[in-house]
Design a protein around this ligand. Structure first.
Ligand code: PBG
Length: 325
């Protein structure tokens, strides 16, 4: 027996870029990427977000240009978040007809970018207490919040959202959204549910971007507890049952095991949200020269896809799309 037959020669298929490309098991494509965008009330240019270098708070006047750039790069879609002019206890800025995201959606729909337009459905960006639901006596109420989330989804659909993405982690929110959408003639509007959303330390930069840190307490009473993996599958099953068209695991990198388990169990399109803190960590290390930005980002996104994500929501979408061309 020749010596070659006694061991596995994995290096044969790693020898050249062409061989590696041919045999790659996972491929990133810009069409799988979703770029989150922040839209603030008011005019003028985009305001840089300190904790999210490279990202800005756009305005209704500047959002179409950002969308066109994303479309030119072949990106699949946008996920919109709003910063209203004023916040109140009930989060009315989330659902008013002339809300900032509603106006942005009208502009984008008119611009006809060909991108999938997704809008986050939550109250935390719009409430003065920063919680994701209606608060009474220091408690975030589940069922009274459902009606407001449903109204928000209807209003976003009317403004032109292709997909609404509930992120409040209220029980029954997908059913409430589906019912509200159907009742308002938006049966074609899809729901991407933040089904397995963890109470994570990695949302810090996002909360700085939209000023949504809770004014008291935290979100552990409604977002998932990080030790729980099997519970994520129950959350996803429940949301699919309630009518979710697509489901999400969030954050991404610390929860790749959950993504993999979800991929194996469910057939629906699966999204992963590579969140603000994950982005900020990479950017900070790259800025110091501690990691190579391009290869660290592409390796990270590839890992998320390899774990099972069909759709990657990431602040790196534009850069990654540029590098993948
Ligand atoms: C709204 C929402 C949050 C994120 C997405 N939707 C913040 C939170 O739950 O506190 C976080 C996204 C990110 O960190 O990039 N509830």
């Amino acid at each position: 027996m020749s010596r070659a037959e006694t061991f596995f020669r994995g290096r044969r298929l790693r020898r050249t870029p062409a061989l590696r490309r041919l045999t790659a098991e996972t491929r990133l494509d810009p069409s799988r990427l979703v770029q989150p965008l922040f839209v603030r009330d008011g005019d003028g240019a985009g305001e840089p977000i300190a904790a999210l270098p490279g990202q800005s708070r756009l305005t209704v006047g500047t959002v179409a240009e950002a969308a066109r750039e994303a479309a030119d790069l072949g990106i699949g879609g946008l996920l919109l978040f709003g910063l209203p002019a004023a916040k109140d206890a009930g989060g009315s800025g989330a659902w008013v007809e002339d809300g900032v995201v509603q106006r942005a959606l009208h502009t984008l729909a008119e611009a006809g970018t060909g991108l999938v337009l997704m809008a986050d459905v939550c109250l935390c960006e719009y409430t003065d207490h920063g919680h994701c639901g209606i608060v009474e006596d220091g408690e975030v109420l589940n069922d009274p919040t459902l009606e407001v989330l449903g109204r928000t989804a209807g209003s976003l659909a009317a403004a032109g959202a292709d997909v609404v993405a509930p992120s409040a982690m209220m029980d029954g929110q997908v059913a409430a959204l589906r019912a509200a959408l159907d009742a308002s003639g938006h049966e074609a509007t899809a729901i991407l549910s933040y089904a397995a959303k963890y109470a994570s330390a990695f949302y810090g930069p996002f909360r700085e971007a939209v000023g949504s840190a809770p004014g008291f307490g935290d979100r552990r009473g409604y977002q998932m507890d990080p030790p729980n993996g099997r519970e994520a599958l129950r959350e996803i099953a429940a949301d699919l049952d309630e009518g979710a068209d697509m489901v999400m695991v969030k954050p991404a990198l610390p929860y790749l095991d959950v993504l993999r388990a979800a991929r194996e169990r469910f057939d629906a399109p699966l999204a992963a949200y590579h969140v603000s803190g994950e982005y900020a960590m990479l950017e900070a290390a790259a800025e110091r020269g501690w990691v190579d930005r391009r290869s660290a980002v592409l390796e990270t996104l590839t890992a998320i896809a390899r774990a099972g994500a069909d759709i990657l929501i990431t602040y790196h979408a534009k850069d990654a799309a540029r590098w993948l061309r």
